[in-house]
Design a protein around this ligand. Structure first.
Ligand SMILES: *Cc1c(COP(=O)(O)O)cnc(C)c1O
Length: 459
C-alpha cells in the first residue's frame, strides 16, 4: 500500500478544550450582542476566528525565547532577526513593530498623503483602514476570476495588469506612492499570486515610476502554491522561491502573527536606506527604539526561528493539506465553498448557503452565528460588516462575495477537529431553509466596525 500522508510534527504540550451546550451558547451570544469577537474564548470549542497569532510555537522557538536578549539597544535578538530577514527576503534594512498594522502605520505615515491612490489586490482590512484614515483611496485591481467563487484558477490573488495600468496611466504618478500586493490575498480567499504576476507588477511600477509594497503576512503559503502550481518552480526550494518573489518588491510589511508562527510581532523591511531613515523616526515615536520596535527580545528570537520553520516545505505541506482536508469534507457534504481552497482558511459562500436572507441583514454574519450555535465553532464574517461603510457617502458597501471564513491556526488542531467542524457546518446546511431573518446593527464604530459592532436579531 502507498503510505498515507501524516503531519510533519508531533505534539509536546496540550491545552484542554471545553465543550458547551446549545443553551449556554445562546445566552453567551446574546450577551455578546451577536458579535463573535466579544465572546470569551472559553465559550468556544474550536476557534477558527483567525489564524493570526494563534499558532503553536515549536520546541525550537520556545528555546529561542529563553536565550532572547532584552537589551534596549542593539540586542542580539534584533541582529538575529535582521540577518534572517536579509537571508530570506534580501532586504538589508528593517524595523521591528509590534504587529502588522503597526508596520502599516509607521510606513504609511511616511508615504501616504491625502488624495493618494493605492492600487492593489483586495487590500486587507487594516491596510485599507490605514489608507482611508489618511484620506487616501485603495483601488482594487484583483483579476475578475477571483470574484467567481468556484472558478478553478491557480492564482486568484493575481493583479489584473490592465486594471492596474489604467490606474497608473490615468492619475499623476506623484499621487500613487506605491502598489500593494497582498501575499496570499486574504480578502479574496487566501488565494496566491503567481511569480509571473509579481514580475509583471514590478515591471509596470518601474515603467510608471512608482514602488511595490508586499503585504506579506502569508508569503510562505504563497511560495508553497508557486512551487506546487507554477510551471518552472516545482524543483526550487521554498526559500529560493521566496527570495525571487521579494526581488520584485521595494519594501514589505509583515504581520508575524501569520507565517512567522509567533503570537505577536511584525516588521517593515525595505531596500531604500533613505526610506528606512524616515520611517525610523516614526518607529521610535509610535513603536519603540529601532532595535526592538515594540517587541521583546525573546519574541524577536522566536520570530526569526519561526520564519525559518515556515519556509520549510514539509511544514507548509502539512499546513496547506490540513486546510484542504477540511475543504474537501465540506464539499462532500454539499456545502458551497470557495475553490481552489485557500492557504490558511476555507471560505464558505454565504449567499449560496443562505439565499433567503437579504444582503441588508448581514448574510455571512447570520451564518457565522448559526455555526457557533450548532457546534461551538467560531468562524468570522468576511462580508458586509467587514466591508464597512463608504468613507464619503457613509452608505454600507455590499461586497460581491459574502463569505464565512474558517481560518485554521498553525499546528494547533488535528484532523479530528476538522471532522467535527465539517459536521457542524453540514448540520447547519441541513436546516438552512428554516432561516428567515438576519440581523440589524444597534451600535457601530466609525472605522473597522466589525470588531466591536453590536447586533440584534430581526424578528
Ligand atoms: C493580519 C494582516 C495584517 C495586519 O496585521 P496585524 O498583525 O493583525 O496587525 C495586514 N495584512 C494582512 C494581509 C494580514 O493578514
Amino acid at each position: 500500500m502507498e503510505l498515507p500522508f501524516a503531519e510533519s510534527y508531533k505534539i509536546k504540550m496540550v491545552e484542554t478544550l471545553r465543550r458547551s451546550s446549545r443553551e449556554e451558547r445562546e445566552k453567551w451570544l446574546k450577551d455578546s450582542c451577536y458579535n463573535l469577537f466579544k465572546l470569551r474564548s472559553e465559550y468556544v470549542y474550536i476557534d477558527l476566528l483567525t489564524d493570526s497569532g494563534t499558532g503553536a510555537m515549536s520546541d525550537k522557538q520556545w528555546s529561542a525565547m529563553m536565550v532572547g536578549d532584552e537589551s534596549y539597544a542593539g540586542a542580539s535578538s534584533y541582529h538575529l532577526m535582521k540577518d534572517t530577514i536579509k537571508k530570506l527576503f534580501g532586504f538589508a534594512d528593517f524595523l521591528p513593530t509590534h504587529q502588522g498594522r503597526a508596520a502599516e502605520n509607521v510606513l504609511f505615515t511616511v508615504l501616504v498623503k491625502p488624495e493618494n491612490i493605492i492600487p492593489g489586490n483586495s487590500h486587507f482590512d487594516t491596510t485599507k483602514g490605514h489608507i482611508e484614515f489618511r484620506k487616501a483611496h485603495a483601488v482594487d485591481c484583483t483579476i475578475d476570476e477571483a470574484f467567481n467563487p468556484t472558478l478553478n484558477h491557480p492564482f486568484k490573488g493575481n493583479i489584473n495588469l490592465n486594471k492596474l495600468e489604467k490606474v497608473l496611466k490615468e492619475n499623476p504618478i506623484e499621487k500613487i506612492p506605491f502598489i500593494i500586493v497582498t501575499l496570499t490575498c486574504n480578502s479574496s480567499g487566501g488565494q496566491p499570486v503567481s511569480l509571473q504576476n509579481l514580475k509583471d507588477v514590478h515591471m509596470l511600477a518601474r515603467k510608471y515610476g512608482t514602488r511595490v509594497l508586499f503585504d506579506s503576512a502569508r508569503f510562505a503559503e504563497n511560495a508553497y502554491f508557486i512551487k506546487t502550481r507554477e510551471k518552472g518552480y516545482e524543483n526550487k526550494t521554498i526559500r529560493e522561491i521566496v527570495l525571487e518573489m521579494f526581488s520584485y518588491a521595494d519594501m514589505m510589511t509583515m504581520s508575524s502573527k501569520k507565517d512567522a508562527i509567533v503570537n505577536i510581532g511584525g516588521f517593515i523591511a525595505m531596500r531604500d536606506h533613505d526610506l528606512f531613515q524616515q520611517a525610523s523616526v516614526y518607529n521610535i515615536l509610535f513603536e519603540g527604539y529601532i532595535t526592538y520596535g515594540g517587541m521583546a527580545g525573546r519574541d524577536m528570537s522566536a520570530l526569526s526561528q519561526g520564519l525559518m520553520e515556515a519556509t520549510e516545505f514539509d511544514y507548509l505541506e502539512t499546513r496547506v493539506k490540513q486546510v484542504a482536508y477540511l475543504g474537501e469534507k465540506l464539499k462532500n457534504y454539499g456545502v458551497p465553498v470557495l475553490e481552489p481552497f485557500g492557504g490558511h482558511a476555507i471560505f464558505i459562500d454565504a449567499k449560496k448557503f443562505l439565499p433567503t436572507i437579504p444582503k441588508e441583514e448581514f448574510i455571512a454574519q447570520t451564518l457565522a452565528i448559526e455555526i457557533y450555535l450548532e457546534g461551538g465553532v467560531r468562524a468570522v464574517e468576511i462580508g458586509t460588516l467587514l466591508a464597512d461603510r463608504d468613507p464619503e457617502t457613509r452608505e454600507n458597501r455590499f461586497p460581491e462575495l459574502e463569505m464565512v471564513r474558517l481560518a485554521i491556526p498553525r499546528r494547533v488542531y488535528t484532523n479530528n477537529h476538522m471532522d467535527y467542524v465539517a459536521v457542524t457546518v453540514a448540520n447547519v446546511y441541513q436546516y438552512r431553509n428554516t432561516f428567515k431573518n438576519g440581523f440589524k446593527i444597534i451600535r457601530e464604530a466609525p472605522i473597522l466596525r466589525h470588531f466591536t459592532v453590536e447586533l440584534d436579531k430581526i424578528c
